[in-house]
Design a protein around this ligand. Structure first.
Ligand SMILES: [Zn+2]
Length: 353
């Protein structure tokens, strides 16, 4: 859908969110509408049309296979109720800074930190749409070390690994910042930096970098390359730290976000997915409604293949955030909120009668 509307296609406020998604069934119906807006389409044979079975599954009229709304999406075989998923997604998408796993665990009163951690990582994993547009126009590109700062750790000197990260930011004339992209880099070599630029910036764009030799040769890749030398800036009496103001501003924002919302407890293996989350939210910072961002995340989620827990672990276990969360077992209960018929009044009537 090109122009989804608040109050019709997505909730325009937290009040609407609460009114729309009172039960797991409400949430399932919304996912069904997002996935098959014009009716059931078989994921196996692409036939349009089928029957709804008693157990909420669908039977394809073409090949006869049975499937469900959540099968083949990131909600595939989830044992977390959809009301919990939707609330997590709302907080993830509607908050200016998102939400950390620890805050979400406290907010939803879920026993298992791992369940919450995995939910947030599944949401992050859908954010990069394959074939998304590259940046265009005038783009500042730089590389910086991100992560590794962990305040509050005992001893104060336990440092995580910093990850060299490429940052590209569109700049508008005469001033203003457009979209950004970030990705970890293996090193600051020409091979790594050229690959980062071609992955994230449309050829024909004007690319502004510092004078580092790794950026040499971008003109041969089809970019109008503007190299800014720190030495020349100093000679002109300018602040060499302000050669690339847009990229430095965005780098400061992502570092502050990791330290603030996530208390810096992001390990190197998972940094890329946090960068994806930051970029997704940053590029939608002027979205009229936060409900729209919620809608976009769920739209991507029902179009995304299932993400297995093993894949989320990457190469390492998630680092437990101090204080160490309880490792309770089991799955969170539904947040179903059927009408309660004002129990405080019923109690009064009981007393007088
Ligand atoms: Zn079929």
């Amino acid at each position: 859908m090109e122009h989804p509307r608040a109050g019709v296609h997505y909730p325009g406020s937290v009040g609407e969110f609460q009114a729309w998604f009172r039960t797991d069934a409400d949430c399932l119906d919304y996912l069904e509408w997002l996935r098959w807006p014009t009716g059931f389409v078989c994921p196996a044979c692409c036939h349009a049309g089928g029957w709804r079975l008693d157990d909420d599954r669908f039977k394809c009229a073409g090949c006869g296979c049975r499937t469900s709304v959540t099968a083949g999406t990131i909600f595939d075989r989830t044992r977390t109720p959809l009301t919990v998923w939707f609330t997590a997604c709302w907080l993830f998408a509607s908050g200016k800074d998102g939400i950390s796993a620890l805050s979400l665990q406290r907010t939803l009163e879920i026993g298992s930190y791992q369940t919450v951690w995995a939910m947030l990582h599944r949401l992050r994993s859908v954010l990069v749409r394959p074939g998304r547009d590259r940046l265009a126009g005038t783009v500042e590109v730089d590389e910086t070390f991100i992560g590794g700062e962990e305040p509050g750790l005992r001893g104060g000197r336990a440092r995580g690994k910093k990850v060299l990260t490429g940052i590209a930011v569109e700049v508008h004339e005469p001033k203003g910042i457009g979209r950004c992209r970030m990705a970890p880099l293996a090193d600051a070599s020409a091979a790594s930096l050229h690959a980062f630029v071609t992955d994230h910036v449309e050829p024909g764009s004007r690319v502004i970098t510092d004078a580092w030799q790794g950026y040499r040769g971008l003109d041969k890749l089809g970019y109008a390359h503007d190299r800014r030398s720190q030495r020349a800036a100093r000679a002109r009496g300018e602040d060499p730290g302000e050669l690339l103001p847009a990229v430095h501003r965005v780098a400061a924002l992502v570092k502050r976000w990791l330290l603030g919302t996530h208390q810096g407890s992001v390990d190197a293996a998972h940094l890329p997915s946090y960068l994806d989350e930051f970029v997704f939210r940053f590029n939608r910072r002027r979205s009229r409604s936060r409900g729209m961002v919620f809608y976009r995340v769920l739209e991507l989620a029902v179009a995304h293949d299932p993400v297995r827990y093993q894949n989320l672990l990457a190469s390492r276990q998630p680092r437990a955030v101090p204080p160490t969360p309880p490792l309770a077992r089991g799955h969170p209960p539904s947040l179903d909120r059927p009408p309660a018929n004002r129990p405080w009044r019923a109690a009064d009537q009981g007393k007088s009668g």
